[in-house]
Design a protein around this ligand. Structure first.
Ligand SMILES: *Cc1c(COP(=O)(O)O)cnc(C)c1O
Length: 339
């Protein structure tokens, strides 16, 4: 939902470009080098979307018939249109966790070795922050513990870090420390960092070479795409330091909704996402979201009972205070209507 900043627009207008399919776009190369440097990885690849980044990673680690362990609300499972089945021919093995954060104790019993009956588990995919669980966070030790124990079983771990900078911000750690044990990771330049488009996939040089091949196969080869990378570089360098404000604003919304008896929050709000369950209003979340939109607050229904609010650089504290008033009003008039 973010709009490119004036600095991004300016950088886009004057970006040096070349043919990125030949690896000759200097702006893309600069962005990839900077991302690899920040995360302490051998190589990085600029991709049109986070979905493409996740699905390329899954393809590299799996063979058809194998399983990917992930949380039940994981984006790779719920929101990528079944692509792990379509593209990689593998199945998600979803595991429920109350706060969206998996532990090795929850994962281990679900791991299947290859046998006459099972294709076998070939990948664990974790998501930090856990979007649909309310922007909850894996700590450094929670991440490392899963990675180290998975490695002992010969299973790689991919991190869907669409919002990894939000997680690092609230934990007060570097993204490189937070992600160092994972085999590969993806983060979004769009979303909270505010670039108009694009995601970055990171891993070993060998992994990224394979990823580059799959990107082209999927039709993701983009020619003079330094125009987008130039905005992405500004997002990567500048935006992380502003995320704390988004988190404060999300907490403000959470506190403003806490006393409403008709709703509850699915988790404690620690980053920029508030997931609200409307189970007591007798209206489904689509209806609530449409009434909120009419009243001037944009939200997303994430299932029949819950909707999601996300704060970002283009909404101010005053906007969030106003949103709380509107949400309270809409939800209390719904209660009246229902009784
Ligand atoms: C948005 C998102 C993605 C996918 O990114 P797109 O660029 O929209 O394809 C993946 N994972 C999570 C957690 C996301 O929120």
């Amino acid at each position: 939902m973010t709009q490119p900043t004036p600095a991004m627009r300016k950088a886009m207008a004057s970006a040096e470009v070349g043919d990125d399919v030949y690896g000759e776009d200097p702006s893309v190369n600069r962005l990839q080098e900077r991302a690899a440097e920040i995360f302490g990885r051998e190589a990085a690849l600029f991709l049109p979307s986070g979905t493409m980044a996740n699905q390329i990673a899954i393809k590299i680690y799996t063979k058809p018939g194998q399983e990917v362990v992930c949380e039940e609300r994981a984006h790779v499972y719920t929101s990528e249109l079944g692509m792990m089945a379509v593209f990689s021919g593998c199945m998600a093995h979803p595991v429920w966790s109350e706060d969206g954060i998996l532990t090795w104790n929850a994962i281990e019993p679900q791991i299947r070795s290859t046998s006459g009956k099972y294709g076998g588990t070939s990948l664990v995919s974790i998501e930090n922050t856990a979007n649909f669980a309310g922007g909850t966070v894996y700590t450094v030790s929670a991440t490392s513990d899963i990675c180290i124990k998975a490695r002992q079983r010969g299973i790689p771990v991919h991190l869907d870090g669409a919002r990894i900078f939000n997680a690092a911000c609230v934990l007060g750690v570097n993204v490189s420390d937070l992600t160092q044990e994972t085999d590969s990771l993806m983060f979004s330049l769009s979303k909270g960092l505010g670039a108009p488009a694009g995601s970055i996939l990171l891993g070993t040089a060998e992994f990224i070479a394979e990823a580059r091949h799959l990107k082209k196969m999927l039709g993701g080869g983009m020619r003079q795409v330094g125009i987008l990378a130039a905005a992405g570089l500004i997002a990567l360098n500048e935006a992380p330091k502003g995320l704390e404000l988004d988190h404060e604003n999300a907490r403000l919304i959470a506190e403003g909704l806490a006393e409403l008896s008709s709703v509850h929050l699915v988790s404690k709000v620690v980053t920029n996402i508030v997931v609200v369950e409307v189970s007591d209003t007798r209206l489904d979340s689509k209806e609530v979201v449409s009434r909120l939109a009419t009243a001037g607050v944009l939200a997303n229904p994430i299932n029949a009972r819950a909707f999601r609010l996300v704060t970002h650089r283009d909404v101010s504290r005053a906007d969030c205070e106003q949103a709380v008033k509107i949400i309270r009003h809409v939800l209390s008039s719904q209660l009246d209507a229902a009784t």
